[in-house]
Write a protein that binds this ligand. Structure first.
Ligand code: GRF
Length: 206
């Protein structure tokens, strides 16, 4: 059984999808904590309902990014997790955290990377005029949404879509892809070779 901790800044619907998949027994893991930078995040209510310990690091209470990152790093060490999932965590992780937890941090992004990294990916997709969008779950490296890709799914972009409608369509796929990627990680089925991720059938030794 692996231990999974989640970092989220807001609504937490992806966090909820993970909680539900774990509760249904689809992921061989337990959720050991929610870490948030936002004391108003609805993700906190979701964690409390599920009995998951919450760690609130209110960014506004720190003297700056370094101070905040130090506290975040100690909190991440303290929650004792094999895997950290960024599920709508709206800050960029500092390089030292990424290095310390290398290969153990996943992120979900609402576009087909490497297109449209960064903020407002759905808006960027609409402005560009792509016909297909989707979501990407990837390992986190030191770049902005650049780590090796584990799972992607596509959705069409339809005439008349606005940011909200497209985001909603993508979100449905996010709620399927994130638990899937976490399950693959927890089953030790992810093997990274350079930029490519191979999904093996059993554990890597099987
Ligand atoms: C999702 O679209 C996720 O891909 C992005 O932020 C959004 C978070 O939604 N990084 P939620 O908080 O999981 O509902």
């Amino acid at each position: 059984m692996k231990k999974v901790a989640v970092l989220a800044s807001g609504r937490g619907s992806n966090f909820q999808a993970l909680i539900d998949a774990i509760e249904r027994g689809e992921i061989p893991a337990s959720c050991t904590g929610l870490i948030t930078d936002n004391p108003g995040a609805f993700a906190i209510t979701r964690a409390q309902k599920a009995g998951i310990p919450v760690h609130i690091l209110d960014f506004a209470c720190f003297s700056g990014k370094d101070d905040y990152e130090d506290a975040l790093c100690s909190t991440m060490r303290g929650v004792d997790a094999d895997l950290f999932v960024l599920a709508g965590y709206m800050r960029i992780l500092g390089h030292s955290i990424v290095r310390e937890f290398h290969g153990r941090i996943l992120n979900i992004h609402p576009a087909l990377l490497p297109s449209f990294p960064g903020l407002h990916a759905q808006r960027q997709s609409l402005l560009y005029g792509v016909r297909v969008s989707g979501c990407t779950v990837h390992l986190v490296d030191e770049g902005m949404d650049t780590g090796p890709i584990i799972v992607q799914a596509c959705v069409p972009v339809l005439d008349g879509d606005d940011e909200e409608i497209l985001s909603e369509r993508i979100l449905e796929e996010e709620h399927r892809c994130l638990p899937l990627a976490v399950r693959l990680f927890c089953e030790d089925r992810i093997v990274v070779e350079g930029r490519r991720v191979h999904i093996v059938r059993g554990g890597p030794s099987a």
